[in-house]
Every structure is written in structure tokens, then in C-alpha cells.
Design a protein around this ligand. Structure first.
Ligand SMILES: NC(=O)c1ccc[n+]([C@@H]2O[C@H](COP(=O)([O-])OP(=O)(O)OC[C@H]3O[C@@H](n4cnc5c(N)ncnc54)[C@H](OP(=O)(O)O)[C@@H]3O)[C@@H](O)[C@H]2O)c1
Length: 502
């Protein structure tokens, strides 16, 4: 058995105990949820989908209401049908074919007053809901303060108000983030499972977001969020304050996950929502597929990855413990199983590249890390941008349209102008990751999202030569040519035979 299959087999083996317990159906957690109706916000997202799946698979529920918005021209019913096609629901479909009939989509929008829920749906929820999982949030670090506030802060306030009306509510679970109190001045200290002073009254920020135009709010944003690195963690901190002040109205608990990555075990090892492929999971995947080779990171810094199934298992169990005092559960890996950026590269450069090689990999998995921006940019240029240019050159030679130049050249020119004007370059930082992200999409057999053409740019010998060049610069023996030369020859023969190079 190859190493990758062994990792999966072991993870599936470890599910046996859980499966036995689930089959018996008599655990205190299962009894807590028996015949209950659950409202989930964010049920179309990464955490939300896995949560809904696990709840259905492990407990006998009456129904699950999923609060959703119409998006990209699709109604909530169409979006729900799309979400249910995700392979995460395959196991559930087999063991409970009718589970989807017990999902009720509720049209709602976190950023609207009273969540944009119709009067009829509101009454339905007030009458029926036993447990609420508030998972929805805008998680973009770049989100303008106005929309981040309306979605994450006011949205939470509106949901708490709805929860207060729910006649049978037994628990409200709020999914926060381990980083909502990781402010600049708390660097290198522990963030405890407790509430921290709120940077400003949530009601004031909501009022500002409601009354000020976006441009003015953006102008004062840096002063407002000061200690917080982005609007996401800032607004999540304010939302926690709202949750804290609702203590006593109904049982509440707070879950603070760190960086959520693919499933460790359930419903199957490695499941990840495609929308999350642009985060840290995407970086790891990109490295494993041989697409990403340069990272700007500090070797000794811990990266706290936690599998999505661990997070939701905690959320489901924590709901049963909520009481008068709000309990906070941080779900991370740094205490028991810490890993640093340096450790991650070590694994990628040694273990991963030798044992769990993906058949879709287009280049050897190797990663060069540097904490220095310009060193990183240099390596990124050599290992990402140059191969992209070369790929375009080959595309043109093969009479195919170039795909990178169209994006990169204007970006380079624009950056050049920026530098001439003494302004920081702005485009390469967007373009290069976009190209990389697209390559990852193609590897996953998905249409590229960041640029506008299929990307097969790295299936080329020249980047390999560059890699060898880097090896030589690092005083290591060149390693790739043995693979490249036969490939070049084979492709040459293909071209001579009027067949596409492979
Ligand atoms: N992913 C992580 O690494 C991580 C780490 C710590 C904490 N968390 C927390 O976990 C929660 C879920 O994160 P995730 O990774 O699952 O994010 P995600 O994949 O982006 O999902 C976000 C969910 O929220 C919904 N949503 C966003 N804005 C909305 C709005 N205005 N109205 C209605 N629904 C809206 C989205 O609905 P649409 O499908 O309609 O966009 C989606 O269902 C968040 O609260 C986040 O703070 C995540």
C-alpha cells in the first residue's frame, strides 16, 4: 500500500469506534439532539456543510433550517441543491437517503436588518428551533469595515434577538475565531478561554456602519481597528462582546477555531470545501502539487491548523454543555501537536515529496521560505513568474494563446509606474497568487477562477532547469534533468508526428 493510501486507511480505521457509538444512538450527546430542530447560519460554507453532514449522520434530528441567501442569480433552493451535490454528503446519502427532505432553506441575509427573514419564516423559527449554530460570517481579511460590521456584528445582534424570541431554544453556539483577541500587543502571549475587553461598544460601530458612507468609514478604519490586523478579527471581537452581553438570556457557548483545514477523518479524510482552497490549505496543496515553491514566512512561527471535523465535533458536543455562564472553547493544535512554518517545509521537502506524491503533481514538491519580502519576491519571480513566462512562450510556439503574459505584463508595467512614482508596487502580489491559484484549480479539475483560461503552464521542461539552477546555487546536486530530458525528447517526437506534446 502506498503511503498516501495508508494515511487514508488509518484515518478510516480510527472511525470505527465513532461509528459503533453512533450506531448505538444512546450517547448523552445523541439524546440531547434527538428529534430537535436546528437552525444553522453559514450552512453553505466550509464549516457549515461539514456541520450539517455530521449532525445528520450522528443524531436523529427532526429538521435542519439553513439560513441562506440567493446568490449569483441562483435561488436558495437552487443553491441548496448545489450544496447537497458536494461529495461530503455521499456517505450520508447512502445511509440516510431521505435526509435532504428534512432540510428547510430559510431565505436570509446576515447584513440586513432582522436578517431579511420573512415574517412567516420568523414565526416558524420562533416556534420550532431548539438549537442555533451561528456559523455565517464574512471571513475576508480585506472586507471593507462597513460590510464586515453589518454582516459580522449587526448580523450577530439580529440573530441573538431572534434567538431570544425562540420559545424552545436550548442552546446558541457562536462560532468565533481563535484570533479575535490576537491583537498586536498580545503578541507572544497566550489568549485564554475568556472574554476580553471590547475595543468599542458594538452598538456604536453598528451605528457608524449604518450612517456613514463607506469611503469615510474607510478613512478612519485604521485608527478604529488599530490593535487588530484586519476588519475580520476586529468585527469578530465585537460580535463576541454581543454574545457575552446576551449571557443569561439563554444558554450560549463560543467556539474559537484556529486555522481550519481539511477533514482528518469525517466523513472521509481530506475533504475540503473548494472555497477554502485559496487559504492555507491551498498553499499546502499548491506545494504538494509542485505549483508553489516560494513562501514568505518566519520559520519559527507556529501555524495552528485544525481539521474541520475536529472543530465541528467540539461545536456539537459543546452545545450540550452550555449553561448560564458562557463557556468558551478554543479548538487548535498548538498545545498538543504544534507545527511551525519551518516544520511544515521540512515535512513537505522530506516526507511529503517522497511518500505521498500526488499523480497530479506537475513538479517536485519543494519549498523555499524566507522571512524577507524581497528575497521571497525574488524566489517567487524565479520559481513562479519566470516559468509562467516560459510557458506562454511555449504556448505561442505551439500556436496556442499565451495565458500569463496578458495578466503579468500589464501588472509589471503598472508596478513599474508605481515605483517611479515612489509608491509601493501593487499588482504582482495579486497576479502571481492568482496564477498559482488557477494552476491549483486546474490540478483539481476545476475551471480556473482567477484568470480566464485553462492553465497547464507548468508542464514544461524549462522550470525544471531553473529548479536545477537553484539546486546548484544552493550547492546541491541538480536533480531534475533525468526526468526532463526524456520528456523533452518524447515531446519532440510527438511534435514530429504531428501529435500534441504530452
Ligand atoms: N475557515 C477558517 O479557517 C476559520 C477559522 C476560524 C474561525 N472560522 C469561523 O468559522 C465560520 C465559518 O467559516 P468558513 O470557513 O466556513 O467560511 P465560508 O466557507 O466563507 O462560509 C461562510 C458562510 O457564511 C455565509 N455568509 C457570509 N456572509 C453572509 C451574509 N451576508 N448573509 C448570509 N450568509 C452569509 C456564507 O454564505 P454564502 O454561501 O451565501 O456566501 C457561507 O455559508 C466563520 O464564522 C468564521 O469566522 C473559520
Amino acid at each position: 500500500m502506498d503511503a498516501g493510501a495508508e494515511v487514508i486507511w488509518k484515518a478510516l480505521e480510527q472511525q470505527k469506534g465513532t461509528k459503533d457509538v453512533m450506531k448505538r444512538g444512546d450517547s448523552s450527546i445523541q439524546q440531547f439532539y434527538r428529534n430537535s430542530s436546528i437552525l444553522v447560519t453559514g450552512g453553505t460554507g466550509f464549516l457549515g456543510k461539514q456541520l450539517v453532514e455530521k449532525l445528520f449522520r450522528s443524531c436523529k434530528l427532526s429538521k435542519v433550517f439553513i439560513m441562506m441567501r440567493a446568490k449569483k442569480g441562483k435561488t436558495v433552493e437552487e443553491r441548496l441543491a448545489d450544496a447537497l451535490k458536494d461529495p461530503i454528503f455521499d456517505t450520508l446519502r447512502e445511509c440516510q437517503p431521505g435526509f435532504a427532505d428534512r432540510i428547510v432553506p430559510i431565505v436570509g441575509e446576515m447584513a440586513e436588518k432582522e436578517l431579511g427573514i420573512s415574517e412567516k419564516d420568523r414565526w416558524l423559527l420562533i416556534k420550532e428551533v431548539d438549537v442555533i449554530f451561528h456559523v455565517a460570517a464574512t471571513i475576508s481579511f480585506q472586507e471593507p469595515l462597513k460590510s464586515a460590521t453589518l454582516t459580522n456584528v449587526r448580523g450577530t445582534r439580529e440573530l441573538l434577538a431572534l434567538a431570544k424570541e425562540c420559545k424552545k431554544l436550548r442552546t446558541f453556539v457562536y462560532v468565533s475565531t481563535a484570533y479575535c483577541h490576537a491583537t498586536f500587543s498580545r503578541r507572544d502571549t497566550e489568549v485564554l478561554e475568556q472574554f476580553y475587553p471590547c475595543p468599542m461598544p458594538p452598538a456604536l460601530l453598528i451605528r457608524m456602519a449604518e450612517t456613514m458612507d463607506e469611503e469615510r468609514l474607510n478613512l478612519i478604519k485604521d485608527g478604529l481597528i488599530a490593535e487588530w490586523p484586519n476588519t475580520y478579527s476586529f468585527t469578530k471581537a465585537l460580535a463576541e462582546e454581543l454574545v457575552r452581553s446576551s449571557a443569561g438570556d439563554f444558554p450560549i457557548c463560543v467556539i474559537r477555531p484556529s486555522i481550519v483545514v481539511c477533514a482528518r477523518r469525517e466523513p472521509y479524510p481530506g475533504w475540503i470545501d473548494l472555497s477554502s482552497v485559496y487559504g492555507p490549505s491551498g498553499i499546502t496543496l499548491g506545494c504538494m502539487l509542485g505549483v508553489i515553491h516560494a513562501l514568505q514566512s518566519v520559520q519559527g512561527i507556529r501555524i495552528d491548523f485544525i481539521p474541520v471535523d475536529y472543530v465541528n465535533n467540539v461545536a456539537i458536543a459543546a452545545a450540550t454543555t452550555a449553561g448560564k455562564d458562557v463557556k468558551i472553547y478554543t479548538v487548535g493544535s498548538s498545545k498538543r501537536n504544534p507545527i511551525t512554518w519551518g516544520g511544515l517545509s521540512h515535512i513537505l521537502n522530506n516526507f511529503a515529496r517522497k511518500t505521498v506524491v500526488s499523480p497530479d503533481a506537475i513538479w517536485y514538491c519543494f519549498v523555499i521560505q524566507s522571512p524577507y519580502r524581497w528575497v521571497h519576491l525574488l524566489f517567487s519571480f524565479l520559481l513562479h513568474t519566470v516559468p509562467a513566462f516560459l510557458a506562454d512562450g511555449v504556448c505561442m510556439l505551439l500556436n496556442k494563446p499565451p495565458r500569463f503574459l496578458l495578466h503579468t505584463v500589464p501588472a509589471c508595467l503598472a508596478d513599474g509606474v508605481c515605483m517611479l512614482l515612489n509608491k509601493p508596487p501593487r499588482f504582482l502580489l495579486h497576479t502571481v497568487p492568482a496564477c498559482l491559484a488557477d494552476s491549483v484549480c486546474v490540478m483539481l479539475n476545476k475551471p480556473p477562477r482567477a484568470s480566464d483560461g485553462p492553465a497547464t503552464h507548468y508542464l514544461l521542461p524549462l522550470p525544471v532547469c531553473l529548479a536545477d539552477g537553484v539546486c546548484v546555487l544552493l550547492n546541491k546536486p541538480p536533480r531534475f534533468l533525468l526526468h526532463t530530458v526524456p520528456a523533452c525528447l518524447a515531446d519532440g517526437v510527438c511534435v514530429l508526428l504531428n501529435k500534441p506534446p504530452r
